[in-house]
Write a protein that binds this ligand. Structure first.
Ligand code: SIN
Length: 327
């Protein structure tokens, strides 16, 4: 949903390794549907050996805020059944450090580079978007309105009117494509997705982590310094699939990136069938930093085996009429 009168810059298209895997995600043309999720691959630098940026559809770098942040009290991560809890608290060096120190390397990556930003107020997001708008090597901006681990982290994502107002303000501040990362910590994901689209979001990313906690009963103590945290990994895949399917059913033309427990080509394809155009691999990269590359390789094999001309043909092909939702 472009704003009236706004001219978009054309996105740089990396050379397609296998044209059958290429997908159009709103205004972005990706070499394949596999992205690395924000907060799980740093700024790409340590991943290159295992998952070279050139094999990916896109990389989404760790959240950048206006000011540097130290993050939350340790411990900041703990393992749970089929998942991981984190309470990082958006530790990062701030936008000046990002632009001066990290962006030069990111610019050299032969893939789509998406910068994830977060703030406590609309002004914060607008200032960040304006700053990035003037920087080369930033192909798109993902608005993190869904971090459960900081004060005000969920203010926008849990209020459809605030989501619309925020996205509209950022839309005016940048010509870059805008992805909006939604929270599963809501009762009606479709209402928030609608609000983001009405504000001018180009793409919806869903889901961020689910709020949870872990307790060491012997010490009568929480396992995380931040007490509560965000749950990710295979444990949340069914929730993510359900939400992607609901949003895709409500807005069949909206470009959606599925996130939540994706560790294999099969996982990725489940999200595409549910209605996503692309996926982000997140927690799986902590177990295996080559997970992103392996998902791409797995998709290539499935495309071969199934003799698909384009992976885009799979999108939204769930035969949900065979088993309808409960009355
Ligand atoms: C964090 O920094 O606490 C995690 C980021 C997020 O949940 O968006």
């Amino acid at each position: 949903m472009p704003s009236p009168g706004m001219t978009r810059r054309t996105t740089r298209v990396p050379p397609a390794a296998d044209p059958r895997l290429a997908v159009s995600l709103g205004p972005l043309r990706l070499r394949n549907p596999v992205m690395l999720a924000s907060g799980t691959c740093g700024y790409g630098e340590e991943f290159a050996e295992f998952t070279p940026p050139g094999v990916l559809g896109a990389i989404v770098v760790k959240t950048v805020t206006r000011q540097p942040r130290d993050g939350n009290r340790p411990p900041r991560v703990c393992e749970t059944a089929s998942g991981m809890l984190n309470s990082i608290g958006l530790e990062n060096g701030g936008i000046d450090y990002f632009c001066e120190t990290l962006l030069p390397a990111l610019r050299t990556y032969p893939t789509i580079r998406i910068v994830n930003i977060a703030g406590a107020t609309t002004d914060d997001y607008v200032a960040l978007a304006k700053r990035l708008d003037g920087e080369k090597g930033v192909d798109a901006i993902e608005l993190n309105i869904s971090c459960p681990n900081v004060a005000h982290g969920l203010d926008f994502a849990t209020s459809p009117p605030q989501t619309t107002e925020l996205v509209r303000a950022v839309r005016r501040a940048t010509e870059r494509p805008i992805l909006v990362k939604l929270s599963p910590n809501v009762t009606d994901i479709v209402a928030v997705a609608k609000a983001a689209l009405e504000g001018g979001a180009d793409v919806l990313s869903l889901i961020n982590t689910l709020q949870g906690m872990a307790i060491d009963w012997r010490r009568r103590a929480p396992r995380l310094g931040g007490i509560t945290g965000g749950l990710s990994g295979p444990a949340i895949k069914p929730v993510a699939l359900r939400m992607v399917w609901q949003v895709a059913r409500a807005f069949p033309k909206a470009p959606i990136v599925g996130i939540g427990g994706i560790a294999s080509a099969d996982d990725a394809l489940e999200f595409l069938v549910a209605g996503a155009t692309a996926v982000q691999v997140g927690t799986a990269s902590f177990l295996d930093p080559a997970a992103g590359r392996k998902v791409v390789e797995g998709l290539t094999k499935v495309v071969d085996d199934e003799k698909w001309e384009s992976i885009e043909s799979v999108r939204g092909t769930l035969k949900s009429s065979e088993a309808g939702p409960p009355a």
